[in-house]
Design a protein around this ligand. Structure first.
Ligand code: CU
Length: 193
């Protein structure tokens, strides 16, 4: 009986540990502009596609926002808010050139969705206006955040565990480092070109 109670306590403690979570916080320095920090692929874990459909707008001959982070499986709505036609294409997702795609060219007010089932960086371009560019960072997990103007970031509600944290920044090399989360975690990065 006592052994059974002990086993129960150990199992309950185990379940509680799994349920604990916290924020990963830190600062990214070294380069100007916003970065995206995300928890890399977790072995054996998959996540349901998010229900929200973020909008990537084309307005005033610019992609808005310039940087968008989404979870793998997310559907992004591409909108044209200008009175001229815009196009959306990308030549690769991450290093995978087979994932390149042309969404087409369409007029004002029209929206086209695309579901990003593959993680990686999607460099967006418009073949009507060669100066237009933006980035969608498709995170393999729901645990990601964009830095603020000072470089600070906070990834909310990450379950306790050991992960690989990766930072992306336009024009910089990706950096990764291990992070341990136990009711929260901390990781800073210094970027270089
Ligand atoms: Cu355009």
């Amino acid at each position: 009986m006592k052994l059974k109670t002990l086993i129960l306590v150990v199992v309950m403690a185990g379940l509680c540990t799994v349920a604990w979570a916290g924020d990963i916080e830190g600062k990214v320095t070294g380069m100007k502009g916003h970065s995206v920090v995300y928890v890399d692929t977790i072995a054996g874990k998959t996540f349901p596609a998010p229900k929200e459909h973020p909008v990537m707008d084309q307005k005033g001959l610019m992609f808005t926002p310039h940087i968008m982070a989404v979870q793998q499986g997310a559907t992004v709505e591409f909108l044209n808010s200008d009175s001229v036609q815009h196009n959306v294409f990308w030549t690769a997702i991450g290093a995978d050139k087979k994932a390149g795609h042309n969404l087409g060219t369409w007029p004002k007010g029209e929206k086209r969705p695309f579901t990003f089932d593959k993680a990686g960086v999607v460099p967006l371009l418009c073949n009507v206006h060669p100066e237009m560019a933006a980035y969608i960072i498709v995170s393999p997990t729901p645990y990601f955040a964009e830095t603020d103007d000072a470089g600070n970031y906070k990834i909310k509600d990450v379950p306790d565990g050991s992960y690989t944290l990766t930072v992306w920044h336009e024009g910089a090399k990706n950096q990764s480092k291990p992070v341990a989360v136990s009711g929260g975690g901390k990781a800073d990065f210094t970027l270089s070109k």
